[in-house]
Structures are given as structure tokens and as C-alpha cells.
Design a protein. Sequence first.
Lengths: 291, 256, 364
Amino acid sequence: MELLQLVIGGLANGCIYGLVALGFVMIYKASEGVNFAQGDMMMLGAFVALGFGNSDQMGLPFGLAVIAAMVLMFGVGWGVERIVVRRIFGQPQFALVILTIALGFVFRFIAGSIWGFTPLVLETPFAGQNLRGGGIVISLADLVTIGVTLALTIALWAFFAFTKVGLAAQAASQNQMAAYIVGVPVMRINSLIWGLSGAVATLAGVLYATRGAIDPNIGLLGIKAFAAAVIGGLGSLPGALVGGLIIGVVEPVAGRYAPGELAKMSPYIIMLIVLVTRPGGLFSQIQMKKV
Amino acid sequence: MSLLEVEDLAIHFGGVKAVDGVSFSVEKGEVFAIIGPNGAGKSTIFNLISRIYQSTLGRIQFDGQDITASRAHDIAGLGIARTFQNIELFDHSTVLDNLLMGRHTHRRTNFVQDILFLPKVRREERQHRRRVEQVIEFLELEAYRKKMIAGLPYGVRKVVEIGRALATGPKLILLDEPASGLSVEETRDVAFWIEDMRRDMGLTVLMVEHDMSLVNQVSDRVMAVANGRTLAMGTPAEVQAHPDVMAAYLGTGAAA
Amino acid sequence: MRVVFKTSYDRDIDLHEHGRSRARIAVLLAIMIVLPFLVGDYYLAEATNTLIWALAGMGLMVAVGHTGQVSLGHAAFLAIGAYADSALMNTGLPFLVSFPLAGLVTGLFGALIAVPAVRMSGIYLAIATLAVFVIVEELVIMLEPITGGVGGIMAPSISILGLTFDRYAALDHFYWLCLAVVALVTWGYANLMRSPTGRSFLAVRDSEVSARALGINVTRTRALAFGLSSGVTGLAGALMGHYIGFFNYELFSIFISINLLLVVTIGGLGFIQGAFLGAILITAVPQLIAILRDNLVAVGVDLSGVPGLDTMIFSLILICFIIYEPTGLYGRWLKIRTWFEVFPLARRDMFRRQKSYLKTERMK
């Protein structure tokens, strides 16, 4: 029973990792770049929602605050692509890695200067509400997290698999020049994807905030989400979710039955094992480069 | 015995049979050309010989040794050098360094000696440099010695890649479309060099080429492939007159 | 424009193409040697710190700049070097033995990691090193008997042949020790880059497939480069431990990894000199910020309450460099020098970057 309880909590946690991982995967799918600032975008999104929604700040209704935050963060993601990322178009992948790490620090600084470094709590309508049954307690926040994540994963997967824009984005990632020649607006699509990933990050941030207090350093969760994305295979949206769930569940279970340090290491150990045995991740798309 | 013997070579990517049972042998001192339409599997044959791809079936023998299961980085040491269709040079190094990298199989020092730069390293370096200078002279690359690859015109890069292959001191050189993208004059130079490689250096040349004038000019024997299979083999004239080859090139129905 | 007439291959093989650059290095080294007599303890300590960062930067440069292996986990190797050195000295070994051993241990650990990691390319390797970093950090906490756990340990005092090299008791000695290590490593590094080993690193960086076709064992080359890289970083870590004196796992945070990346990128990827320029920048900027802050307080603006300002400014510098000058400080210097050498013949588009397009590594 205790194990089941741990697993359910872990699943909800894993959903948040999965959501941040979705952001990584979206950008990877569209440009084969990796946005290391994704975790910090999640953090910023949560704070923006808090700024709109909390009664001592702007005091908008919760739903409206979340939507407003998502719109604003869409703008942030879009703007980052337009102003910064676009300029290093064509440079090696590694340039983007460093660039986004630096961007993460900038986001953290911005959030720190506005909201300070003391943890704050986002006011949500489902705070403290629990469902009980058969000796297990499930918080409403957990249920909402799981539900929203599932819906969003399916929606994003459908977006990439069926819509024109989604397909074009994938084409652009495989060969930018070819996509450009056949008339795919590579640049516009990249902006759009970065914007979308900002919105998804916000949602992840809000869900994270329903489960505890937030401070500007929660963006470091991005590293763990990154492990999730890699476990699933960087190019696969369902993979990201599965990776997130694996990490989310393993962590508390390891924490219960093994020393604390080992529990903290567990996501990375799993990731290394996956990388060594299946370098492209569980849902691999990577194959050899053609010569 | 032939220098290179390929028997029933095949590779399947999923359901696609990129190369499907090709056999040929290249004699020592011969210039052997492989022709065929795009996607016929020519470059794939090269990638199989240089062990970048793992063959599904068949056997490759070089100089009396079975190399079907050798590792890609052991091939150069046996005496097979190659160029690539889409030029794979080290873009951020100079022409000289690129050619010196071709001497890798001849290095006799380890990294500790290199770090300390013992006298032996210097002696070896001079030796490598002398060999590389011969290649530079042969291919008339003197003007570009200290130039970065990234800034060089396409034609020069193509030549540098041939130079790098020659710097390895090979017995067999694989040229993957040496004339593609070159001007008429540059192609003529390539033809002369191929002649010289064979005559003066005693090399064996295996090349993939589309330019039939070059093929006619330099090759002793030609193999035409299409859809991963051999269509015809023989002298350039014989192969070009072969009805299957004409059908494959002109696309007049299936090779009836 | 200077034209060098070459009369033997040795002119190209030598470290310096002409006497003037050799003289320049000699003068620089001489100034560095007499520095303790010229400046006070405060600046000497800063100079020592810069040397240690340059050493760590050179370590990372081998991996990132010369073999194209991005590592986000080099702070882990600093930590391993520092703890290994202290632990070995605590068993009674003299510094002259423990120090190279610490480098060797770190190097072997790095090479060991690199063997499975070489199958990964680019981004995946960066992530794997990040994971290794987190694991090492947790291991440091777990291995309390050696590392002092969360509490940390005191780095033993160094003495060689009866002479003390303690950072606090004899800062000038410690400075000279660091200078000697840095000079030796720089010399070895420069040698490496003009030899077959160095060329094989570059080959693996620029085109793996043709490196293979030339007979270069890519796996072994990468593991060797990564091992050397982590070994040198381990040496820097050992010195850093002695420099700080008392340290725990927090000294080697992920921010250190990032700062190291900053050192090599801003300094100039692929140039040994870049590691030094980057190290100077990263140790000087906090000082400049502090001075600026003091001056601002004088005019009534108090920035001391804003945490993370240093990191923020670093980040902005980094972003600007990646966008406007990806070749780093050293690359910029080369361009300026060329501009003067060919004056007044420099053309506007002489240094224009080539347009490039990202090609996929997927084959579908």
C-alpha cells in the first residue's frame, strides 16, 4: 500500500518532468537544438502565473492568470528565438547549449529581482483537497497534473504528426536547407515552436507550483527533466513523457529503500545506462550519418 | 592473384537492397571504374570496402587478406585510401595539416613522446613532412600549403582530398566521383594525375564516376551497376555498348 | 605584413615560427616570475587564482576546443583532483608524488567515462557529463571518511624539500608553484598540438568518418583526449583545493562547470591562448563588478542587495560573444592583428563568416 502511494505521487511528479521534457523535445524536433533554459522557462512561467493570480499581486482568477501567463511566456519563447537564437543559426549545436545555459541564468536573475529568493506559494483552487479510497490518499493537484499532462502530450503528438506546421517543423529539422528550398518558412516555424515550448513550460511550472512553494532555483529541475527527455529519446514526445514517469517513480521508491544520495543519483544512473545501451534513447530515431 | 576481390557483396537497409550480390576483382596496377545511375549503389560499395557499412552478405579480400570483418580504422593501415563524394576534409585545419593527418598510419610515436616532443618525434615529423611535400608537388598545391580548408574553392578541396589519400601511401586508392563539380580543365588534370598514379606510383585505382569522358580516358575496365546489381563488366567501349547499360541510362523500360 | 622565409621543415615544426614570438613569450614568462616582487598579496592571490583557472581552462580546451567533446561536468574532475590530492597527502605522501598521482587518477577516471560516452555525439555527451557531475557530487557527500562529507576538509599544507609552499604562509612560493605547473602543462599542450596525437584530435573533431578512413581509432582518440582533459583539470582541482584551503563539495558546483565553459568559449575555442584570456576575464570581471558597485554606492545606488548579479553579467557577456564573436577573444585579437599587418588593405568582408546550414544526423 505504501509502495502504491509512493508510485502515485511519483507519477504526478514524473508528469512534471515529462512536461518540461516535452519542451526540450519540441525544440529538438524542430531544430535539433537543445534548450537548456527550459527548466528556467518553467520557473519563470510559474512566477508569472503567480504574479497574475496571487491575491497580493494582480489577483486575477486562477484560470485567467494561467492563460495570461501562458500567453506571456509564449511571447518570451518567441522573442528569445527571434532576438537571440536566430542569430546563431547554422553554428554548431554546442553554441546553442551554452547560449541557453546563459539565458537560464538571465531568467533566474529576472525572477529573483522581481519576486526575490524566498519561496512563494501559488494560490490554486485545488490546494489541500484530497481524494481517499482504500487506504490511499490522492491529492486533487496530483490528479489534475496527471490529466493535464496526458492531454497535452496527446495534443502535441497530434500537432507534430498530423498538422501541416508540425510536419513542416520536422522536415526543417532534418535538413534546414532543403526545407528552406521547398518553401518551408523555417525561421517562422522555429519562432512558433519556441513560443509553444514557452507556453508548455508555463503549464509545467503552474502544475509544479500546485505541489509546493517555488523559488528562482527550481529551474534546476530542468536537469532532471533533461534526463527524462534523453531516456525517452530526444526526438520522441511520448518518449519524453515515459522518461519523466520512469524518473518520477524511481526517485521516491529509491528514496524509500536506499540511501538518500543514491536516490538523488538514480535518474542520472538510469540515463547513463540508457545512453550506453541505447545511445538514441528508448524511442530512438537517431541513426548513422550518411556519407 | 587480384589485389581486391569482392564476392557476392550485399547490404540491405531494412527492406532496401542497396547492394545485392555484386562480384568483381581489381588487378594490381589497374584503373577500374564503377558507373551507374544515381542510387545504383556505387558509393555504398565504397562504404562497404572501407568498412563504414557492415555488409549483410559476401566477402571482401584485399591483398590476400579477408577484410570483411575488419574495423574501419584498420583499413587504411592495410593500404586502402579513399576520397568522399561530398568532400570530408578537416575544415578548420590547413592544407598541410590535412595532408599530415593522412600520415597517421605511419606514426611511430605515442602520446607521451608527443607531449614531451622527444627528438624522435621531430625526426618523424620531418619524415612525414618530406612525404607530404612530395604529394604537394605532385598535385601542385604549393600555393595553398598554409591555407585553411574552409576558405578554399571547391576544385582545390577536391584535389586536397586526393592528396590526403595519397599521403597515406596506399596500394589501392578509392576515388568517389573525383571529377564531379569540376571544370573541364580541372577534370583533365584529374585524368593526368590518375594516369601518373598508376604509371609512376604503381597504384591501383578504383573509382566511381559519372563523367564518361574521364572514364573512357583512364580506365582499363568498367563495371556498370544499377539497382545494386552488376549490369555489365568489360572495357569502357564494351560496357557502353551493352544493351542493359543503355536501357538503365536511357530508362527505356526494364532491361528487357 | 611579415613574411617568414623558411629554409627547413623545422621552421614549421618549431613552436614559434619566428624569433620575435619566442622573445615575446620569454618576456611574458619573466614578468610572471618576478610578479611577487612587483605586486602586493591581494593581487598576487588573484594572479594565482587566474593561473589555476587557466590550467583548468586548458584542460577543458583539449576536450571542447580540440576534439569537439562538450563537457558540462568538468567541475567533477576538479573535485576528484582536489579530493584525491588531499587524500593522498593525508596518507603521508609528499606533494610531489600526490599531485601527479591526483592528475593521473582523474585522467583515468575521465578516460573510463569517455569509453562508453564516445558512442554518443554532441549533445548526448554533454548530457552524459552532466549526469556524471551529479553522480560525483553525491559520491563526494557519501564518501565521508575521505572527503569530509558535507562538512568538507582542510587541504594539507604543501612542503617540498623542506620549503613551505603553503598558500597562506608563503603565497609567493605557492604562486611560483602554480606558475611552474601552468608553464609545464602549456608547453606539453603546445607540443601535443604540433604532433600526430594533436592532429588526430583535430581530425576526430572535424570529420569522424574521414578520420576513420585515415586509420584513426576514433574511440581511442576521444578517450585519450578526454582523459588528458580531465587529468589536467584534476591538476587544477588539486591546486584549487590548496588555494581555497578549506573546502567541501559546494566549491565544485555546476556553476564552476559553466564558468569553465565560459573560459574556453569567450577565450577562443581551439586556441591554447584562449584558455588564458578566458581565465583572465573570469577572474577580473568579479573584481570590476565589485569596484563598480562601490562606486555606485558612492552615488547612492546600492546593488549589494541584488544576488546573482555577477552570474547575470557573465551570462550576458557569454551571450554577446556567442552571437557576435564565436571565435572568442583570441579570434578577435587575430583579426585585429591581421588588420594592422595588412593595413591599409583590409577589406570589409575579409573576416566574413561563411553561411552554414544545419544538417541532420538522422538518416531517414
